[in-house]
Design a protein around this ligand. Structure first.
Ligand code: NI
Length: 232
């Protein structure tokens, strides 16, 4: 076979080959993009749980703002339709505010905290066609590691100390879609709902020695990510 015939055959073969769009068993998919955690932050009222005033309900509630970071997905296709996926991200940071408590000095920005919410999910891709569009649904387990809780300068000058929030285990649900731009590169968009519940505590010895207040927060965020993926 001469060279031009060979290259013509290769071109013909390439054109005839079906576009391998569908995700297939053994595929490794890496996605990266902007990820936003938007907490619902339904909270209990703020209660004094330690010290001479223990049992006092200060009323009010806690709120958290949203934050956007770099999100990563590591996915592996177990079959042509089922995969497992790990969500990772650079650390999120949220401001924590108290509103409407009976203690005016406590209202306002209490401080901030950081967290990492790794989530391991089972994901189902219903389309087994050669469709370039690959929607999916998933469910999994989230562990949210909360760290670096720090008080605002206002809260410190109002006598607050030792701000802490508990880590959380919970379920996570997601819907998303990949759109294959080439055989390897995809666009991705996804939405998750993650059940994250924490209990925050803060001390204030200037009110009375040993005084600690607690608030239970259903952080329960919607998590949005858009980005690009690469299939190996
Ligand atoms: Ni919850």
């Amino acid at each position: 076979m001469n060279k031009s015939l060979l290259s013509a055959s290769l071109v013909a073969l390439a054109l005839a080959a079906p576009l391998a769009h569908a995700h297939e068993a053994g595929d490794i998919i890496l996605r990266a993009g902007a990820i936003t955690v938007n907490p619902k932050a339904d909270s209990s009222s703020v209660k004094v749980d330690q010290g001479p005033l223990a049992g006092t309900d200060l009323g009010g509630k806690a709120t958290m703002d949203s934050d956007t970071q770099l999100g990563l997905n590591f996915a592996y296709m177990l079959t042509n339709n089922w995969g497992i996926e790990l969500l990772a991200a650079t650390p999120f940071e949220h401001d924590v505010k108290l509103k409407g408590t009976a203690l005016p000095a406590a209202n306002g920005k209490l401080g901030s905290l950081k967290h990492l919410p790794p989530t391991l999910s089972v994901v189902y891709y219903p389309l087994d066609s050669k469709s370039a569009f690959q929607p999916y649904v998933g469910a999994g387990i989230n562990y949210t590691w909360i760290y670096d809780e720090s008080l605002s300068s206002e809260a410190k000058s109002a006598g607050f100390s030792n701000f802490k929030a508990k880590n959380s285990w919970g379920l996570a649900w997601q819907v998303g879609a990949d759109y294959m731009l080439t055989e390897h590169v995809m666009l991705n968009a996804q939405v998750r709902y993650i059940d994250i519940d924490t209990r925050a505590t803060v001390e204030n010895n200037s009110i009375a020695p040993g005084t600690r207040a607690k608030v239970n927060v259903d952080v329960d965020p919607f998590v949005y990510m858009v980005g690009l993926g690469y299939k190996f």
